[in-house]
Design a protein around this ligand. Structure first.
Ligand SMILES: Nc1ncnc2c1ncn2[C@@H]1O[C@H](COP(=O)(O)OP(=O)(O)OP(=O)(O)O)[C@@H](O)[C@H]1O
Ligand SMILES: [Mg+2]
Length: 373
């Protein structure tokens, strides 16, 4: 939807944007974050050509914006600026309809848009449409700022620290509202903030900038787990999870005490073993100790008659993962597979353990609260 290719910009010999390349997919909410002066606003303004770049290309919907008509481009991109920026001498309705009017929509159509927009944020038309900005609270003004950017239904909306001046509660409410509107109206949003909490709650993708460069572009989860620099860590403050203690591999979330028997184990002996250990499945190995499959007590009860060993009753297709894989692999198999556990193997295919919901929860709890030592 929006693609930067080697974009640079300098002011009087100082490089402000330094070879930026990235892409934001349609319907995504991307948050640009970084210290003051790192180039967030400049990046945003190059997208609607309020600032022209020196080098590189920016594509919107596959078309280079350098070749598009500026006015048309701006009408297709909503923009919410750093300060609220409503026109003080215009009513709420006139403010909302700035772009629709530029597009020469009829008076009726503008009125209809204002109705719909105000409805989105539960501010009744009759009560608010004819008020002036100074008759509204800060949060209400900011809502109108957002509605104004949405009024001509542009597919893309740029928002530059839209909530910077608001109290924390109003800010939370508006974050929610923008997220909801974005999903409902399926917008692609580029959102600038220097508040990491805001970035992590709102973003599909966080783009962290420093001195005109991208230091990291990642999902909020990924950035929390693997912040790419000390500066990013300090932006996260206490939200940053401590990497050392965070479970990451399958081995970190498994239980390693498991009962295994060879696949030629007797049927009756297996049932007795399960009942003694109070488990309902057994992990089976080949004679050389490598993993073979699992057998459940249910299966034995259903079809075990007439068999001597458990081998013919064995399930070879049971979900497993390797101990050095990302923990999420086992997590997904456990949750999506609707199974009670996932078998964990070493790379030599011997059995290392199992991941259960309990073993997973326990390792997560230890990471968050410590292991009580
Ligand atoms: N018109 C200009 N002329 C010269 N330098 C500029 C101009 N506009 C911005 N800059 C410089 O470019 C750099 C990036 O500015 P930008 O406004 O993009 O930062 P920002 O990341 O949005 O910062 P903030 O978080 O404070 O809003 C800054 O060092 C700024 O001083
Ligand atoms: Mg800025």
């Amino acid at each position: 939807m929006i693609r930067f290719e080697h974009v640079s910009k300098s002011y009087g010999g100082t490089l402000v944007l330094d070879d930026l390349s990235f892409e934001i997919a349609p319907g995504q909410l991307a948050v640009l974050i970084g210290p003051s002066g790192c180039g967030k606003t400049t990046t945003l303004k190059t997208i609607n050509r309020l600032i022209e770049t020196d080098k590189g290309d920016i594509y919107v919907n596959g078309r280079s914006i350098a070749r598009l008509n500026k006015v048309e481009l701006r009408c297709s991109i909503g923009y919410v600026i750093q300060q609220i920026g409503l026109f003080p001498h215009m009513t709420v309705e006139q403010n909302i309809c700035v772009v629709p009017k530029l597009l020469k929509y009829s008076k009726e159509r503008c009125q209809k848009i204002t109705h719909e927009m105000l409805e989105l944020v539960k501010m009744p038309y009759e009560e608010y449409a004819h008020k002036y900005p100074n008759q509204l609270s800060g949060g209400q003004q900011q809502r109108i700022g957002v509605l104004r950017a949405l009024a001509a239904s542009p597919p893309i909306v740029l928002m530059d620290e839209p909530f910077g001046a608001l109290d924390p509660m109003t800010r939370l409410v508006l974050q929610e509202e923008v997220r909801r509107l974005q999903q409902k109206l399926n917008k692609t949003i580029v959102f600038v903030t220097h508040d990491m909490d805001e970035a992590l709650t709102m973003a599909d993708t966080v783009i962290f900038m420093e001195k005109g460069r991208i230091v990291q572009m990642a999902s909020p989860d990924e950035m929390l787990r693997n912040p790419a620099s000390d500066l990013i860590c300090s932006f996260m403050g206490k939200r940053s999870l401590n990497n050392q203690h965070l479970p990451q591999t399958v081995a970190d979330i498994m239980r390693d005490k498991v009962v295994t028997v060879t696949k030629d184990h007797g049927v009756r002996a297996s049932v007795e073993l399960m009942s003694r250990k109070n488990i309902d499945t057994l992990i089976l190995t080949n004679a050389d100790g490598s993993y073979a499959g699992v057998v459940s007590v249910d299966r034995i009860k259903r079809s075990g008659k007439g068999y001597k060993t458990v081998e013919p009753l064995m399930n070879r297709g049971y979900p497993f993962s390797y101990e050095d894989e990302d923990g999420q692999v086992a997590f997904d198999k456990l949750i999506d597979g609707g199974v009670n556990y996932v078998v964990v193997l070493r790379r030599d295919r011997t059995v290392a353990g199992i991941v259960t919901k309990t073993s997973m929860a326990r390792s997560m709890a230890e990471a968050v609260w410590g292991n009580g030592e």
